[in-house]
Design a protein around this ligand. Structure first.
Ligand SMILES: Nc1nc2c(ncn2[C@@H]2O[C@H](COP(=O)(O)OP(=O)(O)OP(=O)(O)O)[C@@H](O)[C@H]2O)c(=O)[nH]1
Ligand SMILES: [Mg+2]
Length: 292
């Protein structure tokens, strides 16, 4: 299995040429172009050049193997941990349009099919737009799942509080709550998130509450900055990388793991309910760089 779209230039580079000094410069450029970030790309290409010289690595297989080993060590992959003997509460975060609401439906579908979550409740915590509430309500009915929602403009923290309370009362296994992700005024967003976080955390049974950040793979390097904002504001437990089917790059996973220490759980591979895959670091590296 491979995620075919990503890493195009990197894969081509490893197909092409001699592994001389020029190669390592091109490798650095290609890593930057693949959204790995300047710091990571420079560090890695320098270290790899040094290792190739010291250990006499010459073939494609040797150099690719050494690079993959270095990258593999920094990757963090972990499915969302869920308990089967009590409620789980997932607060889904992310800026405008990254794929939060779609991801919530995919997660519900996947966790029901694969992780034993049968009694799931969705919460329309994005009260900013009427369409957002409607979108989640439609997805909920398509999935046959109850949705807790209030009118547009309602306090999102109050909606989420009610959603969790209702789940506790109805003996649910899983709550997945949507949020609005406006970032144009960062201060207001951070303040609102902090309030939602405080209330969701205090209303959830001990150990039930987790925060899941959705990033859009097509936004590239900017997703590192987004992850930083959310992580600093309230802490992020897991990441879902949406629209992974729509990028030829996909390298941002590496600096996010290395610099923020947050694990990737799933990738979104399309718009349908079934289009969610577990983030597998080996498949990821083979897709990004080509199989060794
Ligand atoms: N190709 C592809 N498209 C996706 C994926 N995930 C979401 N989308 C599309 O991205 C668009 C935005 O998705 P939403 O789920 O509405 O995003 P959101 O973050 O909830 O957006 P707002 O509520 O406006 O902040 C929709 O057209 C989705 O179909 C994915 O994994 N692959
Ligand atoms: Mg939405």
């Amino acid at each position: 299995m491979a995620w075919k779209g990503i890493g195009r230039r990197l894969r081509e580079l490893f197909q092409a040429r001699d592994f001389d000094g020029e190669f390592f410069q091109e490798l650095e450029d290609a890593m930057i172009e693949a959204d790995m970030g300047v710091r990571v790309a420079t560090e890695l290409s320098t270290a790899l050049r040094e290792q190739a010289r010291k250990d006499g690595l010459r073939s494609r297989q040797e150099i690719l193997g050494a690079l993959k080993t270095r990258l593999r060590g920094g990757l963090l992959a972990r499915e969302i941990p869920l308990r089967t003997d009590g409620l789980n509460v997932l607060l889904v975060l992310g800026v405008n349009g990254v794929g939060k609401t779609t991801t919530i439906a995919k997660l519900a579908h996947y966790l029901r099919a694969n992780r034993g979550m049968e009694r799931i409740l969705l919460v329309a915590g994005d009260t900013f737009r009427a369409a957002a509430i409607e979108q989640l309500t439609i997805l909920g009915s398509r999935l046959g799942l109850p949705v807790v929602a209030q009118d547009p403009g309602a306090d999102p923290a109050a909606v989420i509080f009610d959603g969790i309370s209702s789940a506790v009362g109805r003996d649910m296994q899983l709550v997945i709550a949507d949020t609005a992700g406006r970032l144009h005024n960062r201060e207001a967003l951070v303040k609102e998130l902090a309030k939602i976080d405080r209330i969701a955390s205090s209303r959830s049974p001990a150990g039930a509450y987790q925060k899941v950040l959705v990033l859009d793979a097509t936004t590239g390097q900017n997703s590192l900055a987004q992850a930083e904002v959310f992580h600093k504001a309230i802490g992020v437990d897991s990441i879902v990388l949406a629209k992974f089917d729509s990028t030829a790059k996909g390298g941002m996973v590496i600096p996010i793991c290395r610099e923020l220490g947050i694990a990737f759980a799933y990738v979104g591979m399309g718009e349908k309910l079934e289009d969610l895959a577990v983030f597998d670091p080996d498949v990821y590296l083979d897709s990004l760089l080509g199989a060794s």
